[in-house]
Design a protein around this ligand. Sequence first.
Ligand code: TXA
Ligand code: MG
Length: 324
Amino acid sequence: MSIDQDIQAARALLRKGEVVAMPTETVYGLAAPIDNESGLKRIFAVKERPLFDPLIVHVADIRDAMKVVRSWPAAAAALAKKFWPGPLTLVLPKAAGVNSLITAGLDTVGVRMPAHPVAQKLIRATGCPLAAPSANKFGKTSPTKAEHVRKSFPEIFIVDGGPSEVGLESTVVEVREGPSGTGLFLLRPGAVTKEMIEAALVEAGISISVDRLTSSASPGHTENHYMPVIPLVIVDGAMRLSESLRARIIDDFQLSTGSIGTELKLDSNPKLAARSLYAKMRDASDTGSEFIWVVRRKENSGGLWEAIWDRLERAASKTYPAPP
Ligand code: TXA
Ligand code: MG
């Protein structure tokens, strides 16, 4: 089937209240039209996702974004202008008509305009914005390829748009208007970095700083998330896994005595490291080894590395300090 036929097939399923997997530049999503309650319910059921975790609304144009929010502060307009379409989700006061399944009963809604042309086509073909979480079981590693989705959800129709270019979920920023002005809160770091957001605001002549809220501010971005099926550990600063550290890991996780871990080697270029991170996590889980270890080097920090380490820390069962 051609991609256009896939989109038509997906559209028909969506209109019937089914969910389909949609490619985006960040990760694959599990989509349902925001006006179709049975589809929205299916998302939570299929993902085994708790209802307290809100969904992101994906739009193909600004006009649709305007329909789901109650206000559109200058800071939101500036960020949308700079980073949409792209990996940035804006959390804003929700419009009255937005189904509370999407917002988990909150007064805010997350909106993003994906850059992937197939996602845009699917939203346009459906004629309605699509609510979509990442297409993985709740708490597990996000999919960056169609085959990842197929493995978790063999029964779901997938529109294959190739591997996701960014590889990490979108940056989530809440824009809050209060009596003392507008506040911006980074709820989840991503490829649109804090530095990029601050620079865009300066460029637009808006002076607000971006505060980093704790993970509890974003209901779904929990401490334990993105977890592979075998334990993943972070080793700070070491160049290799020493015998004594390996023995400690085996003991800590009650693994078999001879167990040899698999190293997850990060690309030194952060863009490539982000793009391949989840596929590498999955591959390392499939090697038959009992644990995954990843080295944190001092130079792998700042910019996009912050989002990469945010995900690795949430995926990790434990972090070991550098050996003396
Ligand atoms: O890149 C992405 O954002 C991908 C693709 C498919 O677009 N989607 C994604 O969705 O990562 P999900 O559901 O896995 O993560 C959405 C995150 C969750 O942590 C959720 O709690 C947060 O966004 N979120 C959504 N609406 C929110 C709101 N109104 N207030 C606070 N956090 C919100
Ligand atoms: Mg997710």
